[in-house]
Each structure stands twice: as C-alpha cells, then as structure tokens.
Ligand binder design. Structure first.
Ligand SMILES: *Cc1c(COP(=O)(O)O)cnc(C)c1O
Length: 367
C-alpha cells in the first residue's frame, strides 16, 4: 500500500462476541436475574447503533444509557420495546420526552426523586452506599418515603471496589444497600456492574448492569479470561527504515538504538485514540511475531522494532495488530497504566470502526 493512500487504523468490533458474552453472563446469574446492558458513551465507544441491535437479538431487554439524547436515539431508532434507563438522572424539562418515549431516568438526588414521582409513571432511584458520586444518601430516604408514598420501581447503587473481591467496601456497600431496600421497598434492586457478577449471588439481586464484560473486558481478572474478545486494533506499516547504533527514534529521542535496527512506522497515533503514554510500553503483532513499540507515540504515527523479523515481513503495507492475535485490550491497558474502558472509548472514537458478525458454528467454545 503506497504511503500516499494514507492508511488509517481500524478498530474491528465482533458483534457475535458481544452477543456470546451476553449469553455467558446470563448463564452466571440465576434464571430470575435480569442482565441489563450498559451502553453509555456510545456503547463504550464501540457504536450504539450496531451494539444495541446485537444485544437485543441476544435477548437483552433492559438498557442503561448515558443521557436523554442517547435514550431518545435508542428508543426511536433501535429498540421500540426494551426498558431504557437514563443514568444521567431526571431534569423536569425532560418530562414530556421521557413520557412519550418511555424513558426511565434514574433519579440521583432528593429533589430529582420528588420531581420525578410527581410527573413520571415510574420511579427509579440511585442511593449512595459509598461511591460518593450520585444518589441519595441513606439519611435522606426517610424524607423521601415521608413525602411520596410511592415505592420505587428500581433502586440502584454502584460499587466502588467490585474488582477487588477481598475489599471490605463491597460488603459494607452491600449491607447499606440492603438497608436502603428495607426503607424503600423497591420492586427491583440493582447493585452489580460487570466485576460484581463474580462477587457471588448475593450481589446479583434482581438486575445486574453489565458494560465492560459485554465488550470482553476482564475487570474481575478471572483467569483464564472467560469472555470472548470483542475488539481488534489493526493498522499497516507505512514506512520502513534502517537506524544506525546511537541514532534516536521519534520525539524527545526517548528511544535510542543500541544496535543497527529496522524500524517500521505504523499508521496509529494519539489522534486515533492510542494514549501518548503507550510510548516504549506496548507490543504489536506481525504475522506470528511480537514486536515492541519504540519511542513516543506521535499524533498519527508510532514506530515499532522490526529488527528480528525476516525482511519479507517488514514491507510497507504489512498488517500490524495491536489488539487481537493474543494481545488483549486488558493487557494493553495494564502496560500503559490505564483502564481498558478508557482505551475502548478513545480507540472507538478515533479509529474507523469495522463490524464483524461470525456465524455461531465458527466460534470457539469458551476457554
Ligand atoms: C458504567 C456503569 C455501569 C457498568 O459498569 P461496568 O463495570 O463497565 O460493567 C454500571 N452502573 C453504573 C451506574 C455505571 O455508571
């Protein structure tokens, strides 16, 4: 591929793997537990327009979206009958749209809850049990009960440490949530996000809210990873050069060749969502060879070390994978010092997205 055609990196998204992960997560909870999909921030950057239909087909009937705009989009274009909750809470100005589009805002404060209970046909409520972000503190619940006689349809809280199973915060938040349920008597209770699915049945309650796990991210750190990988990050070599010992590679000369090296320049930079902190920290795959990224990540390009590869593999146009072929988004995030969710939203908005949908028979069993 000539450099002048300006190749761009591609984020491949496997919709069948998302559906398979949904089915797998469902198998981990009791039959009566509802598995809801969290598709905020454009389905973690992967594209709500194709992710939601894939989940609907897998049997998902309850979604949590980021805000009213996402909720309206999902209701009008994608899911005419599913239950849609808005994580952004309730603004009184949204009343008509919430009613006409059957959107259920999860109220995050006492004033929101009071406004919602007077205006909307259903009431959903977040309580703060220790995350200190949104939700009514337990101390305000009595006031709410006093001022509205309505029991909430859904009571939600969010765990801070679900990916650390031994952390006491989990039990503390669970107990506070159960106390809140005693006071509010909700029709449905929801405490667990992805990692809490592996904390045990008592965290599942009536509805679990999974985002990361659907997209193949192993927040709970289960080994071997029981989820199917969903994303692959692919690009091409656009230039190959020989670097003499002592010469520097890239900005700030952060990598210096200690020997004669073959360097490949790949079309992938921070404009595409690869964090700048990936410098000298991550690997790529060419064919069956793992090669290191060397030097800093620039806006549109990054360098990789091809020195140990046969020259026939090191030509402009050669395919390079940075996620996929054994390299997971989880491992890349660890190497960079971030969380894989951040990688997905960045790469999903910075790269061209390409969707694949494999027939069931071609998929491997869970490993
Ligand atoms: C994002 C979010 C989730 C989903 O979290 P994952 O760990 O990605 O499954 C669940 N609940 C709330 C309130 C969230 O904001």
């Amino acid at each position: 591929m000539p450099a002048s055609s300006s190749p761009t990196p591609e984020l491949q998204i496997d919709l069948s793997a998302i559906a398979a992960n949904y089915t797998y997560l469902k198998s981990l909870v009791a039959p009566g537990v509802d598995v809801a999909a969290v598709v905020k921030s454009n389905a973690y950057g992967l594209g709500i327009d194709l992710v939601v239909p894939a989940l609907l087909e897998a049997g998902c009937a309850r979604f949590f979206v980021g805000d009213l705009r996402e909720g309206l989009h999902v209701r009008k274009r994608l899911a005419s009958s599913a239950t849609i909750h808005l994580l952004s809470g309730f603004g009184a100005g949204d009343t008509d749209e919430c009613i006409s589009s059957r959107l259920d805002p999860v109220c995050r404060s006492l004033p929101e809850a009071l406004a919602s209970s007077g205006r909307l046909p259903q009431l959903s409520l977040a309580v703060d049990t220790g995350f200190s972000r949104f939700g009514l503190p337990l101390s305000e619940l009595a006031t709410l009960v006093h001022q509205t006689s309505r029991a909430p349809d859904l009571l939600v809280s969010h765990l801070a440490c679900a990916d650390l199973p031994a952390d006491n915060t989990n039990v503390l938040q669970h107990d506070r949530f159960m106390a809140a349920c005693e006071i509010m008597r909700p029709r449905k209770r929801s405490l667990a996000a992805s990692a809490a699915v592996w904390l045990g049945n008592r965290f599942h309650l009536d509805v679990v809210r999974v985002g990361s796990a659907l997209f193949g991210l192993n927040n709970a750190g289960i080994e071997p990873c029981p989820l199917q990988p969903v994303v692959a990050l692919k690009t091409h070599i656009v230039d190959v050069r020989t670097v003499q010992p002592g010469e520097a590679i890239g900005y700030a000369a952060s990598f210096r060749a200690s020997r004669r090296m073959q360097i490949g320049i790949i079309a992938l930079g921070y404009v595409h969502g690869l964090p700048w902190s990936a410098a000298n920290a991550i690997s790529a795959v060419i064919g069956s060879h793992i090669v290191p990224v060397v030097g800093r990540v620039a806006m549109e390009y990054t360098a990789i070390d091809l020195s140990d590869l046969h020259p026939s593999l090191c030509l402009p146009g050669a395919l390079v994978e940075l996620i996929g072929s054994g390299l997971s988004a989880d491992a890349m995030a660890r190497a960079i010092g971030t969380v894989p969710q951040e990688l997905l939203v960045r790469l999903g908005s910075g790269c061209r997205r390409q969707y694949v949908c494999r027939p069931l028979a071609s998929r491997g069993a869970f490993h």
